[in-house]
Write a protein that binds this ligand. Structure first.
Ligand SMILES: *Cc1c(COP(=O)(O)O)cnc(C)c1O
Length: 357
């Protein structure tokens, strides 16, 4: 499939934000976007790069009523050598296909989409912030566009990619977060769609997140939906716990999103010879081992912040401080190791980075 490219006239192009530190996260979008359509009898058609623009959807478009939508999040980086790099992009598009299958949506060809993404980034490459720690966040999205009421798979879909320059998450160094354990609300249940990156999961999480914010916490720590005992995720990130010398993360049991960063942390820690367990861990074990000093570090992992140290846990009206509310050495080491790979500062022995320009 050839990608048709329509460029925005030079005089209509928006200037990128001059000062990288003002970018924030998710506020500005580049000048172009990639789109393609899917029709039941034709598959994917009409791949194109166009000026960034509003979508036109029928008010009956099925995504608006029944939530058939999946998305991804990855980043492009300016490497130390001036090249442009993606970090494990095939994992994102393979995951998008797993999410799509779960939502009865069509799959994309990961290599074709990475090619389209490469063309799009090349066109808007001056939007990749140059400052250390900044990057171009990439948001691939697929949604059901058939205008029809009635719950069944749509016969039409739109896939698109937009680009968003983002600032460093921790411009002044790590800032450990305070998290609120909820045993009242749940994010996802085994057998549901928790392991798919689909909008409904996030809509379902907002109420508890708002409650946590009101009480002064940054994120919610989610427990399993059945027994409300097992630790699952933090906000929209995976969770890691360093218990004595054992690095623990909950197993992918159906209600947990299989993070690319989670997988990278597991690889790195195993490669360093650490004892690494994907095993269930209860909130009672977490609290007990924070109290007796065995819990050395807790941190979250995800594309946006990479590693996010947890400094305080609130559970049932009590607050528990982890590693003196400081960033632990393991969180720090993992963060630096991943950053150094993403910005092509260290040899890529895992084959994780892909040079696209
Ligand atoms: C995206 C996401 C993650 C992190 O995945 P990465 O691939 O590491 O960015 C974790 N949990 C949830 C719920 C997510 O949506």
């Amino acid at each position: 499939m050839d990608i048709k490219i329509t460029k925005l006239d030079k005089e209509n192009r928006r200037e990128k934000i001059a000062n990288d530190s003002e970018l924030g996260f998710g506020r500005y979008f580049s000048n172009h976007m990639f789109l393609m359509d899917w029709e039941l009898d034709q598959g994917w058609i009409n791949p194109r790069i166009e000026p960034y623009h509003n979508l036109s959807l029928d008010p009956a478009a099925m995504v608006l009523h029944y939530g058939q939508e999946v998305f991804e999040g990855l980043k492009a980086y300016h490497g130390q050598d001036g090249g442009i790099y993606l970090f494990r992009p095939e994992m994102n598009f393979q995951r998008m296909n797993r999410s799509a299958r779960r939502l009865c949506m069509p799959e994309i060809d990961p290599e074709f989409v990475i090619k389209a993404l490469t063309d799009l980034i090349s066109l808007d490459q001056d939007w990749i912030p140059a400052s250390e720690g900044c990057s171009l966040y990439i948001r691939p999205t697929m949604l059901a566009t058939e205008p029809a009421l009635g719950v069944r798979p749509s016969t039409r879909y739109l896939f698109y990619i937009i680009l968003c320059p983002v600032a460093a998450y921790y411009p002044e160094g790590f800032n450990p977060v305070k998290i609120y354990v909820t045993d009242k609300y749940v994010r996802a249940v085994r057998g549901g769609v928790g392991e798919a990156k689909t909008s409904g999961n996030y809509a379902a999480s907002i109420f508890a997140a708002e409650e946590a914010h009101r009480k002064g916490f940054t994120q919610v720590l989610w427990l399993d939906a059945v027994e409300r005992r097992y630790v699952e995720e933090v906000g929209t990130s995976n969770i890691f716990l360093l218990l004595d010398d054992e690095l623990i993360t909950p197993p992918l049991n159906g209600s947990i999103l299989p993070g690319v960063t989670r997988d990278s942390v597991l690889h790195l820690a195993r490669n360093w010879g650490m004892k690494v367990s994907e095993r269930p861990i209860t909130i009672d074990e977490v609290i007990e081992t924070i109290k007796n000093g065995q819990m050395k570090e807790i941190f979250a992992s995800g594309t946006a912040a990479i590693i996010s140290p947890v400094g305080l846990v609130h559970y049932r009206d009590q607050e528990y401080t982890v590693s003196d509310c400081q960033t632990g050495p393991l969180a720090n080491k993992l963060y630096n190791a991943i950053i150094d790979l993403q910005y092509a500062k260290t040899p890529d022995t895992f084959g994780w980075i892909r040079k696209i320009g």
